[in-house]
Write a protein of this length. Structure first.
Length: 145
């Protein structure tokens, strides 16, 4: 395979690189939009869980779901990272179909997939930590889970 004919994969590598850099910058320098403090977030979640549990035990209806607030800068960065990462993977697949250089195809796939995986892993770890903190607070309040 001639490297000069690996245009799709090279573009995919470039886009995947941008996606990975965007994910890293967003993780280390963000959040860029105003956020509630961790204490406020955990306290609100703990109170909401307590209220929902008591309402369920009393047989009351669950409160209606609230509509999502407008998108902020962090949401756009997360969505942009996923779109760029997915685009890199797709370009790598197209490059593979056109029998472009295997190194370029693999590079595009790894960079795009790495951006998406990094973003997902960071979100999953934060969700687990938040769940542990909320559980500890609910235990201190006296609500058994």
């Amino acid at each position: 395979m001639d490297d000069t004919n690996s245009k799709l994969s090279y573009v995919g590598m470039g886009i995947g690189s941008i996606a990975l850099l965007l994910a890293l910058v967003h993780f280390w320098a963000g959040p860029f939009s105003p956020q509630m403090s961790l204490e406020q977030t955990v306290a609100e979640k703990a109170v909401a869980i307590r209220d929902a549990t008591l309402n369920a035990l009393k047989g009351k209806k669950a409160p209606e779901l609230q509509k999502r607030a407008a998108y902020n800068t962090d949401d756009f960065l997360s969505i942009g990272t996923a779109i760029l990462g997915g685009t890199a993977i797709i370009l790598g697949v197209f490059g593979f179909a056109k029998q472009e250089s295997k190194r370029a195809v693999i590079g595009a796939g790894i960079l795009g997939g790495g951006a998406i995986a990094f973003q997902f892993a960071a979100w999953a770890v934060m969700a687990i930590v938040c769940a542990i903190i909320v559980g500890a607070i609910l235990q201190q309040i006296g609500i058994d889970i």
